[in-house]
Design a protein around this ligand. Structure first.
Ligand SMILES: CC(C)(COP(=O)(O)OP(=O)(O)OC[C@H]1O[C@@H](n2cnc3c(N)ncnc32)[C@H](O)[C@@H]1OP(=O)(O)O)[C@@H](O)C(=O)NCCC(=O)NCCS
Length: 161
């Protein structure tokens, strides 16, 4: 079980490109947090070594265990976040903040100048994270996501890198 960073202490996790051997952990984490989880084929397509993939994956490791992932694509100077998660046992410990910050630096070094994403209106934690990292609201996509009771809006956000 992944751990939380000690309160007030800097996160000591490492960020690295995902390998094919990480796929089972990404599927496990996503299954715990995502109402529409991805399958292993979708994650494998983003992992290191995948041929002709437009997506990239980074993982966050803490004490030798994968405790988070981010999947994104880059086209010209724009990067787009497609999926992001921190293991529930590690949430609220500032892993997400340091992980996304590191991922944005990675995207910038890879040539991106802007990062875009979509987030569910009801996703308070992710919205808080993105706002804390200076993402701006660009617009609303009405009724974009399915929910157990109907549909909900997507918030379209972006920031310069
Ligand atoms: C969104 C997610 C990645 C955040 O990771 P985390 O490690 O828990 O977040 P952090 O502890 O680094 O928090 C960073 C900031 O996010 C915001 N935040 C985090 N949890 C929050 C919550 N429950 N409510 C409101 N804001 C929250 C705060 O602004 C926080 O800053 P602070 O520490 O100064 O208060 C994590 O909750 C997660 O994996 N959620 C499920 C998957 C998901 O929603 N992915 C995003 C899809 S768009």
């Amino acid at each position: 079980m992944p751990e939380r960073a000690a309160p007030g202490q800097p996160v000591s996790g490492n960020v690295r490109p995902a390998r094919s051997g990480d796929v089972e952990f990404l599927v496990e984490i996503d299954g715990l947090v995502n109402v529409s989880p991805w399958n292993s084929r979708q994650f494998a397509a983003a992992c290191d070594g995948a041929v002709e993939s437009t997506e990239s994956a980074l993982v966050l490791e803490h004490r030798g265990r994968v405790c988070g992932f981010i999947i994104f694509s880059s086209v010209l100077d724009e990067a787009c976040i497609h999926n992001l998660a921190v293991h529930p046992a590690s949430q609220g410990g500032r892993f997400g903040r340091s992980f996304v910050t590191a991922a944005l630096e990675f995207m910038e070094q890879d040539g991106a100048r802007r990062c875009l994403l979509e987030v569910r209106e009801s996703n308070t934690a992710a919205r808080g994270l993105y706002e804390a990292l200076n993402f701006q609201l660009d617009g609303i996509r009405k009724n974009y996501y399915p929910t157990s009771t109907g549909r909900e809006d997507a918030r379209l956000m972006s920031r310069q890198l």
